[in-house]
Ligand binder design. Structure first.
Ligand code: G4P
Length: 520
């Protein structure tokens, strides 16, 4: 029997240290975890469920690549797809956003909107992913609530529509005013936040004497918001114009149940997805899925490739034979399993919105579609604007064949983008990445998997713009710039910095120089 419980598939977008791991654990505590796929990072001695597929990953105690945490709440199945975030910020972090239906933007109340959050938000905005905002760490001193609302409106042009409003300023968190019912939700601290924090709901008239003054402040601010029309509107939220906001302390478990309720009540369920030819796959159609991440070298003794795919339609049943849209070839899922933490456990079936891990997936690449029945091919997962560049060459020139093979493989998997030019020759392509950690992965895999240790040397660029063949000719030999061609044929003009990129664009108004936001 296929599992027909409704799904919610989302990701948390945040800057390191905003509390994503803490929130993930708190969510898991409130709900009943079904499966875990390396989503919870083991930091500071906390519960570690990380898949340690590489030595360096172990040494750092973080998960370089990860998948999803699945849990049940109010008879819904919730999939939290992990966004790698510390120094392991990479193209994968962006790619997971193609696999979710909504995002939770986690903001540190003391810091406001930080750079990595802004980058990830941009991708959500471009992909039309609705965003719920959680202001975290309200238990300690931070910015004023109204100031945070201004920041959101100004920095990302989303209209905040708070659903709850804090009672007590940051650092003096008594509870929240539920703006929909006008009730006071009072929080009580529990030691270490290890258990579900007690919440007590009461009408305005029953607020304790001790809480009265701060309650009154909250009521006044709520009235200000009301006068300003900052109320939730489901259509505007789904259209990406507004963001519902709530206040929380992941560490104290405050607001966590509210967030789960919000996800179920407001966040979109998996929906129909158009293919490249304009045909549409409805969720109840036959099985289809697309690959949004490929992971290799899970096990040093047994090299394997695992493709993470999001189910778009139909029911996945282990053992079914699917068609790989790119090659038209059948792909047997006999060995298809889900990798959860260190263990391989098999998934028997999965529904739209769920994430499956397909092992032995040698032929599957990021963006590929697999389906049953009526053919469908989903649009490719875009590549993203790289910000780090390194020239690569074989450390041992006698191993050039292995070098070429390895680089080609890593390019196809989307581990790095590979850029070439006649000037640099085939012996020394430039590798481009969103995050510097991707180079470490390349180095490790070239040495251990392809038997060709490489030499990487920094090339001093930090900005890439898309150009064309004429642009490449016009910019050749320019100062502080170089044009290379990516393996998909796109010409990328690289610049030492933003200033040089702008100056070049100004001096060459006829040359195409497009920003590469999230769809490079
Ligand atoms: P991340 O995954 O987003 O990087 O953040 P993580 O959850 O690891 O949290 C970063 C730090 O912030 C941790 O402290 C964590 O305890 C703290 N934190 C998270 N949520 C809250 C909150 O709601 N209130 C307060 N006051 N702190 C919060 P740490 O000292 O760096 O690590 P740890 O030793 O406590 O694990």
């Amino acid at each position: 029997m296929p599992d027909s419980r409704p799904r919610r598939t989302f990701a948390v977008i945040s800057h390191p240290d905003a509390g994503k791991s803490t929130l993930t654990e708190a969510l898991a505590l409130h709900a009943r975890v079904i499966t875990e796929a390396g989503a919870v990072h083991g930091k500071g001695g906390r519960r570690a469920t990380v898949s340690d597929w590489m030595d360096m990953e172990k040494a750092r105690g973080i998960s370089i690549t990860s998948a999803a945490l699945q849990f049940v709440y109010r008879d819904h199945v919730v999939n939290l797809v992990d966004t790698p975030g510390h120094s392991d910020f990479s193209e994968d972090t962006y790619r997971v956003l193609s696999a979710v239906d909504s995002a939770v933007m986690l903001v540190d109340a003391g810091k406001g909107l930080e750079p990595q959050t802004l980058k990830l938000f941009k991708v959500c905005a471009l992909r039309g992913i609705p965003v719920i905002t959680v202001i975290n760490k309200w238990d300690r001193p931070g910015l004023a609530a109204l100031e945070l609302m201004d920041l959101i409106e100004q920095k990302i042009k989303l209209r905040p529509t708070p659903l709850t409003w804090p009672v007590g300023e940051a650092g003096d968190f008594r509870g929240v005013l539920d703006r929909r019912t006008g009730e006071f939700v009072k929080y009580t601290r529990t030691a270490g936040g290890a258990t579900r924090a007690p919440e007590k709901r009461m009408p305005a008239g029953e607020v304790d004497e001790a809480d009265r003054p701060v309650w009154q402040d909250a009521v006044e601010e709520h009235e200000l918001l009301e006068a300003d029309g900052a109320d939730h509107d489901q259509e505007l939220f789904l259209a990406g114009t507004t963001t519902p906001v709530m206040f929380a302390s992941a560490l104290q478990n405050f607001g966590v149940a509210q967030l789960l309720d919000l996800l179920l009540d407001l966040a979109p369920a998996p929906h129909a997805t158009p293919g490249v030819d304009g045909s549409v796959r409805e969720v109840e159609d036959e099985f289809s899925a697309f690959v949004f991440k490929v992971q290799s070298g899970m096990n040093a003794a047994h090299r394997d490739r695992l493709a993470y795919a999001r189910v778009v339609s139909g029911t996945f049943e282990r053992g079914m034979v699917v068609t790989h849209a790119t090659t038209g070839k059948p792909f047997a899922t006999k060995y298809a399993q889900a990798v959860f933490g260190r263990e391989l456990s098999s998934i028997e079936e999965a529904s739209p919105g769920d994430i499956i891990g397909l092992v032995n997936a040698q032929a599957l690449r990021v963006g590929d579609t697999v389906y049953v029945g009526e053919p469908i091919e989903f649009p490719p997962v875009p590549s993203f604007a790289p910000e780090h560049f390194m020239a690569a060459s074989a450390a041992d020139v006698g191993r050039f064949k292995q070098f070429r093979k390895g680089i080609e493989q890593l390019d196809q998997e989307g581990v790095v983008q590979v850029l070439r030019s006649d000037l640099r020759g085939d012996q020394s392509p430039v590798l481009a990445a969103v995050g510097p950690m991707q180079f470490e992965v390349v180095q490790e895999r070239m040495t251990n998997e392809f038997n060709s240790p490489i030499r990487l040397s920094r090339v001093d660029y930090s900005v890439a713009r898309r150009t064309d063949a004429e642009g490449a000719a016009a910019l050749a030999g320019g100062r502080g710039t170089e044009v290379l061609q990516r393996s998909d044929g796109t010409y990328l003009a690289l610049f030492v910095d933003q200033w040089r990129a702008s100056a070049t664009a100004r001096d060459n108004p006829d040359v195409m120089l497009e920003e590469l936001p999230a769809g490079g």
